[in-house]
Write a protein that binds this ligand. Structure first.
Ligand code: PXL
Length: 271
């Protein structure tokens, strides 16, 4: 069994965070593990407002020992890190255990959790983790923060941001334009390897039930790498996987709904 891990927050509602990652790993036939960085909760009595409860440093380090030393992994993804010590511990273990297949999803904020935005933490993530990264998977907002470019609203600006982010050390930059790129009737993402740009183009799924889409797509890229795919093949398959998952999005309540990572079993991602 191929072993893979996510370093991420738990989304108690199950659609994003490590729950989305583990569901995705399962669909790729992998053995998934998780180091929980923070616990994210949503308040049904207060418009689904998010709260974040960090796991303490000892508890976090003990999980890394279990996963990296006790079991071993071929690929690792990180999502919401939440604290400076989580960034530092992630850097330490990815470096000492020489994890080449490391995917950084630079989660900076989740919908409804403006208070989670922390510029200093984002700078620490960029400085300490980007140089270890095989693929970084920002959405447009995160690409603006990582590159310092404001108003990324076209493929050309996405490419410019990708060049800057590549210059900060990530070996591949995958920017998710998805449904957010203005004036497009397709969902467009780009992949940059420092030399060439690939545009990934798929059906635009117009849905409100897209919670966890970013987590799922970066988990799918990591899972593809764990399976031995090239970065390009992993990104292309992840794109099909997320499109299929979003087509099957569903409501959890009046506020939120996730995609369905298992949807390919009836929809078939390989088509
Ligand atoms: O979708 C971003 C995200 C990532 N990780 C956790 C989250 C969320 C959004 O809710 O809760 C743990």
């Amino acid at each position: 069994m191929i072993k893979i891990a996510t370093i991420a927050g738990s989304d108690a509602s199950g659609g994003a965070g490590l729950e989305a990652d583990l569901k995705t790993f399962e669909e790729y036939g992998l053995y998934g593990m998780a180091a929980v960085t923070v616990i994210a909760t949503m308040d049904p009595d207060n418009s689904w407002a998010h709260k974040v409860f960090p796991v303490d440093e000892r508890g976090l380090r003990a999980q890394f020992e279990t996963i990296f030393k006790g079991v071993g992994v071929v690929a690792v993804k990180s999502g919401m890190l939440g604290t400076f010590y989580a960034v530092e511990i992630a850097r330490e273990y990815i470096t000492s255990y020489k994890i080449a297949k490391y995917v950084l999803d630079p989660v900076m904020v989740c919908k409804g959790a403006g208070e989670a935005l922390n510029p200093e933490l984002n700078s620490a993530i960029a400085e300490k983790l980007l140089p270890l990264t095989e693929v970084v998977t920002p959405n447009l907002f995160e690409a603006e923060q990582l590159s310092g470019l404001a108003g990324i609203d076209s493929l050309e600006k996405m490419r410019e941001a990708a060049r800057i982010i590549h210059g900060k050390g990530a070996r591949h930059v995958f920017i998710k334009g998805g449904a957010k790129l203005p004036g497009q009737d397709r969902a467009l993402d780009i992949l940059y390897d420092g030399k060439d740009f690939l545009t990934l183009d798929d059906e635009l799924i117009k849905t409100n039930w897209n919670h966890g889409a970013g987590c799922t797509s970066s988990a799918a890229i990591t899972a593809g790498l764990a399976r031995g795919l090239s970065v390009t093949a992993a990104a292309e398959l992840a794109k099909k996987f997320i499109t299929t998952s979003l087509k099957a999005g569903f409501a959890l309540n009046q506020w939120v709904g996730p995609g369905d990572p298992s949807a390919w079993r009836s929809g078939n991602i390989f088509k």
